[in-house]
Design a protein around this ligand. Structure first.
Ligand SMILES: O=C(O)CCC(=O)C(=O)O
Length: 247
């Protein structure tokens, strides 16, 4: 058993759980090398199968900056290995059971100076479909230190208990958001994370993050997992159940 009773009850009460140093320094270095200068490399030669949302600015002299890159496992062998590793699965199994699939792995690049706001939302507002349940869990690995100065993730602890709220929708990346976009939210907390730390969070907890106006990148990777059979997935990572809906 890899979650203490205190961790389980923190997750149940708050909707998220921080785990420090889920990768060691060598593994973290490997991942950081693989995402280094990804903005420039992807602008020149995108890798087949990845989906990129770029930061959009009025100022056309600014360099191309990735906002979000879908299927990060295709650009980083270190991340690909982490997806199926005990470092992550030992936290997920006590919360989800044995039958777990990867739903997606996405890089959240929040570049120094140019990374923009992620508005308040619940992930299930994106993921809800007929016949699926809010059973997914994200593992967000931090590739840089993150704090209030460079747009660290923020949560509203306990907000998962109120169920899925009505979201506004706009035709843009991160275009599903709670009314008010990223206005002041009572009770919100900003996490202080070190590179190599991860936060695990469920599909109903309200979260978002500020723009990164600092000199420091705030790169992270969210691996979203689902109970196998609950919805579409990339691949099965644990258990004996097979997936019927893959993409
Ligand atoms: O990058 C962030 O701070 C938040 C990312 C996020 O909210 C998401 O991927 O659901």
């Amino acid at each position: 058993m890899s979650l203490t009773p205190e961790e389980r009850s923190f997750y149940a009460d708050n909707g998220y759980l921080v785990r420090r140093e889920i990768v060691d320094a060598g593994w973290l270095d490997e991942i950081r090398r693989e995402v280094d200068d990804l903005h420039g490399r992807m602008a020149e030669a995108p890798v087949e199968g990845v989906g990129i949302s770029w930061e959009e600015y009025d100022d056309t002299s600014k360099p191309a900056r990735i906002r979000q890159l879908m299927h990060g496992e295709l650009v980083s062998a270190g991340l690909d290995r982490l997806i199926d590793s005990p470092n992550v699965l030992d936290v997920l199994r006590p919360l989800m059971g044995d039958d777990i699939s990867l739903f997606h792995c996405k890089l959240l690049m929040k570049a120094a100076h140019d990374g923009t706001i992620t508005p308040w939302h619940q992930d299930y507002a994106y993921w809800t479909r007929h016949n699926n349940e809010p059973q997914m869990i994200n593992c967000m690995l931090h590739m840089d230190d993150a704090d209030a100065g460079n747009g660290a993730i923020q949560f509203v602890p306990g907000s998962h208990r109120d169920g899925l709220l009505e979201h506004d929708r706009a035709d843009m990346s991160f275009g599903v958001f709670l009314p008010g976009y990223f206005g002041e939210r009572e009770g919100a907390v900003t996490l202080d994370m070190r590179a190599g730390d991860a936060v695990f969070f469920g599909p109903l907890v309200i979260h978002g993050s500020d723009a990164n106006t600092s000199e420091r990148d705030r790169r992270a990777c969210t691996m979203a997992y689902d109970v196998t059979g609950n919805g579409y997935c990339r691949r099965v990572v644990s258990g004996t159940k097979t997936a019927d809906r893959t993409f």
